[in-house]
Every structure is written in structure tokens, then in C-alpha cells.
Design a protein around this ligand. Structure first.
Ligand SMILES: [Zn+2]
Length: 396
């Protein structure tokens, strides 16, 4: 995703607002249908059924018909994806969209000539029912744009983000596999021992954010000051988001280039973040601390990283069962809940192996993938699968 500042004329801005309104309307209808749904009832309408309903609604309402069918259908598609992500446990339940908040719409089936450069700093993009809208050509537009999204931020600025699914990166062909643990102390630990941390805000920005949030709490509703503070907060958060996205791109490219197989936990993030009551990783322990860590886990952009990995290392990503990866010793294979000395240190009481707890987990993930990969006769993992614990060591 690369974002560019859109520069619509006033009349184009009106037309873009209409698109946003239609997308919001359709999205909210879908939300409403799903809020009526309860477990045990006939399932809520899916994407195909909702598209049929949209066709009927367009036949009925002239104002809806006047809008772009792509915009409206894509709002349904976004919703379907949001529901799927919710059930996968990686995202919250989709909720109502309000005017002026996170507004946007998506256009698909973009053709080669629909994005073009006018001059050094100016490009334009063809928007259905709006026409050619200019944008600031602040960096190269990716090749093979298939879709784009037009958004309006809290400050009223419009952006266009072009999406091109990244081309798959060829495997290095070394037979090397890597286990990647979604750590809590660091953003990612590799079975090679490398620890990766997704950038968030710098300390100075964090302090500034806290100050702004206090200011916001004191500012009167509807005041100009409140609007100003909200904008400043949104800018800081956008900066953190951009840095994280950048990290996701670099990290996924790096892993896809270096390894033939990338093993990750088939972990429902929600299990870790939403229900602090207990998970397979750390059943029922440190519940209070975990609740505090929720934000940082989600902030580290796991969903984004795995999504990108699956696009770049196409069919080379293996998901493994996360059971006990945090408690099993990657050297001798014994499961010992007490071996996890702290969030950061794993020390096996059977064989004496000690190391970073996240790296130990990453090694276990790699071992687990070794089984899965060999079973399908794919590339072999060049490391022994874990051995059963030795009786002598157990009694020690
Ligand atoms: Zn051990």
C-alpha cells in the first residue's frame, strides 16, 4: 500500500462524499443484518446474498442507483472480510460507521490506463462517476495496480492508496526453514536467535501523545481546540502506523528471501489478546499483565506480517499448532511450565538448555513445521525433530 495525497476540485469533493455516503450506508445495512443474528439461528446473509439484495435495493432507490455499483459492492466485500477476520480472531467485530470518521471507499477492476502521471509531481486517477482526480505524485506508483482506496482523514484530507499484491519472491532453494514466534517481549523472534521489534512511536512522540490525550480530556466538546488536538493525535497515530507498515514490508521480504519455509503459529490472536483468562501458551498465568499487553500485541501488526508473508513466500508459509510452544524445551522436547523463568527467559530443568523464551518458542515452531513439511514431502527441515525426553534427565 502506498498512500498519496488526493487533490480533488470542490465539485469532485462533493462526488467523493457521495461515494463515501453510499459505502457507509451499505456497510451499516450489513452491520444491522448481522447484529440481528444470534447463534442457533439461520446464518446471516453472506456476500453473495447481500449482493443480490443490493441489486434489489438499487432497483428500488434512485439515489442508490445513481451511485457507483463498484463502490457499493466493495463496501459489502469489505464487510465480508471484516466478518471473516472477526471469526478468525484477528480483528474486532465490525461496527457502525459514522459520518466523518474513517470514511472511504474502494474501487476495483482498475485498468492499466486508469492511473497516469501528468508531470513530475502530479498524477491523476480515474474514479467512476467522478472522473480524473489529481493526486500528488510523491513517490513511484507500484506496477500493476489492481485496486485503490480513497479515504478522508479526521483532518478532512483525502488520500488515495494503491494496492498491488506483491509479486511472489522466489525461494532461495537452500532447504532452510525458519520458525517465527509472535513474541510479546519483542515483536518477532526467529529460530535463528534473531529478535525483531516493530517500531512504534519514539519516546518523545509517546510523551507528546500522552500530553495531547490529557489536553483532549480537558477540551470542551465541539470547540476548535478539541478539533486541533484530535488532529494532532491522529497525525501521531498515522506516523506510528506508517512505520509499522514499513517494518512489515521489509521483514516479510527479508524472510521470504532468506528461507524456503517460514513456520508461524496458527494462533488465533484473539485467544491471546481478548480472553486473558488463559491460552495454550500460558494457561491462566499473568492474567493482569497480559491484559495490559493486549494493545502492544495488536500494535505489533501480526496479522499484517503473516498476510504479507503469505503473498511473498507464496505456499511456503506453514502454520503449526501453537500448543506448548512456550513451555516445551526446544533442545530436549520436555514440556515444563516452570521452565519459563520469566517472560524473557526459558531455562530447561531437564537438560539445562537456557535461552530467550521467544527464541525457544520459535525453535519449537520450526520443529513442529518439520513434521508437517515432511509429512507432505515438501522441502525437508534440516534439523532433527524433537526427541523424547531421556528418563535419566527426567529423574534428575
Ligand atoms: Zn531441555
Amino acid at each position: 500500500m502506498s498512500r498519496y495525497r488526493l487533490q480533488p476540485t470542490p465539485s469532485q469533493e462533493m462526488a467523493l462524499l457521495d461515494h463515501c455516503g453510499h459505502a457507509r450506508f451499505v456497510w451499516n445495512l450489513a452491520v444491522e443484518q448481522h447484529t440481528h443474528w444470534r447463534p442457533g439461528r439461520k446464518s446471516a446473509p453472506g456476500f453473495a446474498e447481500q449482493c443480490r439484495q443490493l441489486t434489489q435495493a438499487r432497483a428500488e432507490f434512485a439515489w442508490l442507483r445513481a451511485g457507483s455499483v463498484i463502490v457499493q459492492q466493495q463496501a459489502l466485500k469489505d464487510f465480508a472480510q471484516a466478518v471473516a477476520r472477526f471469526f478468525a480472531g484477528t480483528h474486532r467485530r465490525p461496527t457502525w460507521r459514522r459520518r466523518g470518521r474513517g470514511e472511504g471507499f474502494r474501487i476495483v477492476a482498475v485498468r492499466a490506463g486508469d492511473v497516469r502521471r501528468l508531470s513530475r509531481n502530479v498524477g491523476e486517477v480515474k474514479v467512476p462517476k467522478v472522473g480524473w482526480v489529481r493526486f500528488r505524485w510523491s513517490r513511484p506508483v507500484p506496477e500493476g495496480v489492481k485496486s485503490y482506496r480513497i479515504t478522508r482523514d479526521a483532518a478532512g484530507r483525502r488520500h488515495v492508496a494503491f494496492a498491488a499484491i506483491p509479486a511472489p519472491i522466489p525461494a532461495p532453494g537452500t532447504g532452510e526453514a525458519v520458525g517465527v514466534d509472535r513474541g510479546v517481549v519483542v515483536s518477532a523472534a526467529l529460530s535463528t536467535g534473531q529478535l525483531l521489534t516493530a517500531p512504534g512511536l519514539r519516546e518523545a512522540d509517546k510523551a507528546r501523545l500522552r500530553r495531547l490525550q490529557r489536553k483532549l480530556a480537558r477540551a470542551r466538546r465541539g470547540s476548535a481546540r478539541r478539533t486541533r488536538v484530535r488532529r494532532a493525535i491522529a497525525t501521531l497515530q498515522a506516523r506510528a502506523r506508517d512505520r509499522r507498515k514499513d517494518w512489515v514490508e521489509k521483514t516479510s521480504t527479508d524472510l521470504a528471501r532468506r528461507f524456503d519455509v517460514v513456520a508461524v503459529e496458527d494462533l488465533k490472536i484473539r485467544n491471546m489478546t481478548r480472553s486473558a483468562k488463559g491460552t495454550l501458551r500460558m494457561p491462566g498465568r499473568n492474567v493482569a499483565q497480559k491484559a495490559g499487553l493486549n494493545r502492544s500485541i495488536l500494535a505489533s501488526g501480526w496479522g499484517q506480517l503473516v498476510e504479507r508473508l503469505e503473498q511473498k513466500a507464496r505456499s511456503r508459509v506453514v502454520r503449526v499448532n501453537p500448543a506448548y510452544t512456550g513451555q516445551r524445551c526446544s533442545a530436549c522436547g520436555i514440556v515444563d511450565a516452570k521452565a519459563r523463568e520469566s517472560q524473557a527467559v526459558f531455562r530447561c530443568r531437564s537438560c539445562g538448555y537456557a535461552g530467550n523464551a521467544d527464541v525457544n518458542a520459535a525453535r519449537n515452531i520450526k520443529l513442529a513445521a518439520g513434521h508437517a513439511v515432511t509429512a507432505r514431502e515438501g522441502p525437508r527441515v534440516a534439523e532433527p525433530v524433537h526427541r523424547e525426553p531421556q528418563p535419566v534427565l527426567l529423574s534428575a
